[in-house]
Design a protein around this ligand. Structure first.
Ligand SMILES: Cc1cc2nc3c(=O)[nH]c(=O)nc-3n(C[C@H](O)[C@H](O)[C@H](O)COP(=O)(O)OP(=O)(O)OC[C@H]3O[C@@H](n4cnc5c(N)ncnc54)[C@H](O)[C@@H]3O)c2cc1C
Length: 386
């Protein structure tokens, strides 16, 4: 058992972190304030090879593994969780899913432009009345000649206002429940009505989030992803990979909380000594460190299993482990940021302190890709399975 990262993984992590420190950290507060990422960022990340990390090189990706995807998002998240979130939705939720489930024609049509950053990707599952109950979606796709007509609303969709390609889940046979769901690859600008409304958020600002409305929106039948009425397999396998990669995004925020806290605990003096000398402050630092190290090990293990597992799927070990990795990382990140806020005292309340932004960003780590409660339900279901 080797706990060391390979040279290739280390180089990737260092390169991403260096880029983030040099090019994004100086504008991180501005991104939050204006709720906007810099122009040209996707092309820039595409040139660096971070838009299609797990997509093979023949389709324009970097041909790396899920651990590389985790490391990339983790390092981005230390500086700008919002950029990391959007990159996650693009490279994992959209590109990785499209590669794993797409036909050869679909891969060739979409992946090169997505991996280069020419197009931004998204995945639209959640609806106003179907969040945790994902198979309860109400969006309909009705066959009409060679096309399907999409009708319905998706909400909270990361990158939704800017996406040039989206994976959209809809019911093709509503009476069949989960067995009547189909995934489609959809672009804006086709025949029919499509609107993307920008949603204002408290955190992860800069990462665009949208409500999408489709009204008799025509999607060519060859844009079915993973087979007619097979959408639940695409969805469940995709959620496993989303949880693994999302662990990196979440963990990066916890690490940042510890970094900021260590710095502040050394600098800030009260009662004639640095606050880091007080054992009650040390207790928080230690708790953060132990949580982060534990979550990181579970992330490595989940990423390794994701690499060898057969697309996740019901009953697979990866269901349990991916949910466990994200469950732990989410809880550790929230607790670490709360500790960081406490360590920064009243200054944490001031908008120009980065720990303030982290507090608004971090809670999403316990909500997206299945909430803390849903992650626990998945783990319990798998533990109790015969
Ligand atoms: C910023 C942001 C970005 C997002 N990006 C995307 C995206 O790109 N694509 C996408 O499809 N979705 C996206 N989402 C949606 C996200 O996945 C959902 O918000 C999440 O799955 C929870 O659904 P919900 O918000 O409808 O909450 P609900 O499902 O309504 O849950 C409300 C509460 O009830 C609890 N609960 C629900 N069911 C149970 C149960 N059976 N037992 C116990 N407790 C339960 C939940 O844990 C939660 O605490 C995003 C959300 C946000 C906020």
């Amino acid at each position: 058992m080797d706990f060391e990262l390979s040279e290739q993984h280390k180089m990737l992590a260092d390169a991403v972190y260096d880029f983030m420190v040099k090019e994004i950290e100086p504008i991180a507060e501005q991104i939050d304030r204006e709720d906007r990422l810099p122009d040209g960022i996707w092309k820039r990340l595409g040139d660096l090879g971070w838009m299609g990390v797990t997509v093979p090189e023949e389709y324009g990706g970097s041909g790396m593994d899920y651990l590389a995807q985790c490391l990339c998002l983790e390092q981005m998240s230390r500086i700008c969780p919002a950029l990391s979130l959007s990159c996650h939705a693009h490279s994992n939720l959209c590109c990785d899913n499209l590669y794993r489930n797409g036909t050869e024609a679909q891969r060739q049509k979409y992946l090169p432009a997505l991996c280069s950053g020419e197009k931004l990707g998204a995945l639209a599952l959640t609806e106003p009345n179907a969040g945790s109950d994902a198979v309860g979606i109400q969006m309909r796709a009705r066959k009409d000649g060679d096309t399907y007509l999409l009708n319905g609303t998706k909400t909270f969709i990361t990158n939704g206002t800017e996406a040039g390609a989206m994976i959209v889940y809809a019911k093709t046979e509503p009476d069949r429940g989960a067995k009547g769901i189909t995934a489609f690859i959809v672009e804006p600008g086709w025949q029919g009505d499509f609107t993307a409304r920008h949603l204002e958020k408290m955190g992860e600002r800069g990462s665009p989030t949208a409500e999408l409305t489709f009204d008799d929106y025509c999607v060519p039948a060859e844009h079915i992803l993973g087979g007619l009425n097979q959408g639940v397999n695409v969805m469940m396998g995709g959620l496993d990979m989303e949880r693994v990669a999302g662990t990196g995004w979440t963990l990066g925020m916890a690490e940042r909380a510890l970094e900021l806290s260590l710095k502040y605990a050394k600098e800030r003096t009260q009662f004639g000594q640095s606050i880091g000398q007080f054992q009650l402050i040390q207790d928080k630092l230690v708790e953060m460190y132990v949580g982060i190290e534990s979550a990181r090990l579970l992330m490595y293990r989940a990423a390794s299993l994701a690499q060898t597992s057969e697309r996740g799927g019901k009953g697979a070990e990866i269901n349990k482990l991916a949910a466990a990795a994200l469950l732990l990382a989410g809880q550790v990140a929230t607790q670490s940021v709360l500790h960081a806020v406490q360590i920064h005292g009243g200054y944490s309340y001031m908008l120009d302190f980065p720990v303030n932004r982290l507090l608004r960003d971090v809670k999403l780590g316990e909500i997206g890709a299945g909430t803390t409660e849903i992650r626990k339900m998945i783990i319990a279901r798998e533990l109790l399975r015969d």
